[in-house]
Ligand binder design. Structure first.
Ligand code: C2E
Ligand code: CA
Ligand code: CA
Length: 811
């Protein structure tokens, strides 16, 4: 068989042809694969190079094989046809390779291979036609057809092999292509009978020698192409390897970055979610799931915003329908925010929890939502606010907070039955506890009371410490029973005993109540009204709780007006003095005159001193007034024809000041009145408020030669005690005893006891308010020294003439 094909061939040249063919085939396959990997223009370039190498290779193979052919005479070649055969090989094979390079599937590849087979055939038969021969070649048509079909089939098979990657498959493809070329060539040669042929002599020709050189050169070109293909292959491989390594590195980096991102997301303090433009969740971290109350394995990806919110609300314990309703509402609110370019919302979750939810657009309609639990920072802020709004000693709300709550409570008043009580509270014996037991005891009392208050407070009730022992409370109510219950609880708290050290302390207190809107709707006015009620409660002996009444307001307004007018009277000399005679009970002789202040208030007429003196004490005018009384009484008395004593009343406030001593000294100096003619009347209460100081002042005054009487004796609690602490020159028995002394045996007994006491201490007793002779008789019978009263003389200006007569009649 082989012999049949190689009949008339030179074997070494045949082998050379085969070798060139294999090299060309390998170059073709390699370059073709390279072209496939290239893109754009380079793909066409490599396609052409591949076509060139295989075209040249086929052509060279053909002509080496022809050189190996020994028909029995020397061959020469037609130049044009030889060139044409080369062109055909390059163009047709190039077309086939192009098909394979641009192929999408197997069919294209196989079609490309078959086209290359056509190219080989066309090249071969043109090459045969290029042989310059005389006479006809006799063709065996069957074998010729077979040669073409074999070439096409094997070439198609070769290209099919290029569908697989790797050098082995490339080599197989190259082998198959070589087989295609060789099979075609030798079958075609075997199909031709050259026996009738003779070499031609005319025309442009190439002789065998020149042809050998050309073929050799082309073979070298093919070899170069093959080597180039190998190099390219290697470069390709290396590049592929590099690319693979780079891709692996990239993949690693991406994976690392991803890990880091995941780690960051996982450890982020904030919950993070990425939603796509349709509002479906694309990505989220665990923190988000935790914050929204989802379990570890909850699959949220793809879930809509509204659905996530609904499930979160369910997780927070909302009922199904409420969760749905609230989630839809919230989702709408969020969507609006997102559509407006993002923003932030603080979302309260419960009383002590809140989230800060921020939506930021992420392009293309997608957005990122972050959720931050700000409960902690809110708690810190709340703690700071708490400090600013609460009293540090007791933890109760302070004045600032009280004002806020009161304002809010007043604002909230709606229907007519809704009312707000403003309660002012003042402790009774707090100052005594502080003075007697020290400030630690005072603090202890305040803390214990605060604890008690805090324990009984109900919803809506607020009790604040405004300062010192001053408290205030707010109680919204609709019926008085609720308010009375609240006040009862406060009373109980302040009246219960408080253990301190070894003993027990009881503070007690007074309560004033103003009610909004009845007593006003303005916060400061209401507080003021509650205070007015409180003052009344403190003043009333048997009433610990007082409600504000409009009259209090009127009274306080009037007091303010009186105070104003008092100051005017001080400056305009608006006062004058009345004198009430004091006489001896036994002889009826005038022993002296009490000086009584009179004020004719412009536009109002005379105001009793019992009314305006306390106001003068309150507004501070008493010092100026007292000085005026003393100076004018002394000046007048100094001009009297008789050297009678004068008794001047001194207020407790004056008595608390050492300046009183200087004042008395100065007045006596200026008026020239003998100190022995002056007597100061002080009350028991005036001494008690600051006993030490009062006694010091009295002693200094007494040292001046001025006498001191104790006024209103018997009304206070510690009269006897006071009497022992200072050498008074006179006891003035309060006039309240006189009204009772005639019919009440007990009153008579007290008077008798006081008179006896005076006698034992050698202090004369003067009875005040003697209005009847019966009273005077009793006093005389009981051994009273002096008397004063309407019976003996009303306060007024002294008519020296008439007085003499009275005095005599009395005696
Ligand atoms: P007081 O010191 O007890 O003065 C006696 C008061 O009894 C006077 O009232 C006098 O008018 C009144 N009185 C005298 N005899 C009788 C009587 O037989 N029956 C009745 N029912 N009352 C009689 P007045 O003048 O209204 O003074 C009231 C109080 O005002 C005084 O009480 C005194 O505490 C205070 N006061 C008066 N003048 C001064 C003053 O210049 N300085 C100070 N600090 N207080 C004064
Ligand atoms: Ca008096
Ligand atoms: Ca008196």
């Amino acid at each position: 068989m082989i012999e049949f094909f190689l009949r008339g061939h030179d074997l070494p040249l045949v082998l050379l042809a085969a070798a060139v063919c294999l090299i060309a085939a390998y170059a073709c396959i390699g370059l073709m694969q390279h072209a496939r990997r290239a893109s754009g223009r380079m793909r066409h370039v490599w396609n052409a190079v591949s076509a060139l190498s295989v075209g040249l290779g086929i052509w060279a193979t053909h002509f080496i094989a022809i050189l190996a052919f020994r028909p029995g005479f020397a061959l020469s070649y037609d130049l044009g046809l030889t060139a044409l055969s080369l062109l055909i090989a390059i163009l047709v094979c190039g077309t086939g390779i192009g098909l394979a390079v641009h192929s999408r599937g197997r069919i294209d590849r196989i079609l490309g291979g078959a086209t290359v087979g056509v190219g080989i055939s066309a090249m071969h038969y043109t090459g045969i036609a290029a042989l310059m021969l005389e006479g006809d070649i006799i063709w065996q048509s069957g074998a010729a057809t077979l040669s073409v079909l074999a070439g096409m089939a094997l070439a198609a098979l070769s290209f099919a092999a290029t569908l697989r990657q790797g050098w082995r498959w490339n080599l197989a493809a190259a082998g198959l292509l070589t087989a295609a070329i060789c099979a075609l060539h030798f079958t075609a040669m075997a199909a031709a009978d050259f026996s009738n042929c003779l070499p031609a002599t005319e025309g442009a020709e190439l002789d065998s020698g020149l042809m050998s050189v050309i073929v050799a050169l082309i073979s070298i070109l093919v070899l170069a192409a093959a080597i180039g293909s190998l190099v390219l292959d290697e470069a390709d491989n290396r590049r592929t390897a590099r690319e693979a390594a780079r891709r692996a590195a990239d993949a690693r980096r991406v994976a690392e970055a991803n890990d880091r991102l995941n780690l960051a997301l996982a450890h982020m303090g904030q919950g993070l979610a990425l939603f796509d433009r349709d509002g479906a969740l694309q990505l989220h971290n665990q923190r988000l799931a935790d914050l929204l109350g989802f379990s570890m394995d909850a699959n949220l990806i793809g879930t809509s915003l509204a659905e996530i919110l609904r499930r979160s609300h369910l997780a927070f314990g909302l009922a199904a329908d409420e969760a749905g309703y609230r989630a839809a509402e919230l989702a709408g609110q969020y969507r609006q925010l997102i559509d407006e370019g993002g923003g932030e919302i603080v979302q309260p979750i419960s009383d002590d929890r809140a989230f800060r939810v921020r939506h930021s657009p992420a392009g293309d309609g997608a957005w990122i939502t972050t959720v931050e639990d700000i409960s902690e920072s809110r708690r810190n802020a709340a703690a700071i606010t708490h400090l600013a709004h609460h009293d540090s000693l007791t933890g109760l709300p302070n004045r600032i907070r009280f004002g806020q709550v009161l304002a809010a409570g007043l604002q909230a008043l709606g229907s007519p039955e809704e009312k707000l009580a403003i309660v002012a509270l003042d402790l009774d014996r707090f100052k005594d506890i502080n003075d007697g037991h020290g400030h630690a005891a005072g603090d202890h009392v305040l803390r214990v009371l605060a604890e008690r208050f805090a324990a009984f407070l109900k919803d809506g009730e607020v009790l604040a410490r405004l300062g010192g022992d001053e408290f205030a409370a707010i109680k919204p109510f609709t019926n008085m029973t609720a308010l009375r219950d609240f006040l009862g609880r406060i009373e109980q708290a302040i009246n219960s005993r408080i253990a301190y050290g070894e003993g027990m302390l009881v503070v007690g207190g007074s309560i004033g109540v103003a009610i909004a809107p009845d007593d006003g709707v303005d916060a400061s006015k209401l507080l003021n009204n509650a205070d007015l009620a409180l003052y009344r409660a403190k003043a009333e002996f048997d009433q610990r709780i007082c409600y504000y009444e409009r009259e209090m307001d009127e009274a306080s307004r009037q007091r303010r007006a009186i105070a104003k007018d008092l100051w005017v009277a001080v400056e305009t000399n608006g006062f004058h003095l009345a004198y009430q005679v004091q006489k001896s009970v036994t002889t009826g002789e005038t022993t002296g005159y009490e000086v009584l202040l009179r004020w004719n208030r412009p536009g109002h007429g005379p105001v009793p001193p019992g009314e305006f003196i306390p106001i003068a004490e309150e507004c501070g005018a008493i010092n100026a007034i007292g000085a005026w009384v003393l100076a004018n009484a002394c000046r007048e008395a100094a001009t009297w024809p008789e050297p009678h004593k004068i008794a001047v009343n001194v207020s407790g406030l004056q008595l608390a000041q050492l300046e009183l001593v200087d004042l008395v000294k100065m007045v006596l100096d200026q008026t020239g009145l003998a100190p022995s003619r002056l007597e100061l009347e002080v009350t028991e209460t005036a001494i008690i408020s600051d006993r030490k100081r009062a006694l010091l002042v009295l002693n200094q005054i007494k040292a001046l030669g001025v006498s001191v009487a104790i006024d209103d004796f018997g009304t206070g609690y510690s009269s006897l005690d006071i009497l022992r602490s200072f050498p008074f020159d006179k006891i003035k028995l309060d006039r309240s005893f006189m009204t009772e002394v005639e019919r009440d045996e007990q009153a008579k007994a007290i008077v008798r006891a006081i008179l006896a006491l005076g006698k034992s201490l050698s202090v004369p007793v003067l009875a005040e308010g003697v209005e009847t002779t019966e009273q005077l008789n009793v006093l005389r019978a009981e051994g009273c020294t002096e008397a004063q009263g309407f019976l003996l003389g009303r306060p007024g200006t002294i008519n020296w003439q008439q007085l003499d007569g009275d005095g005599r009649r009395f005696a």
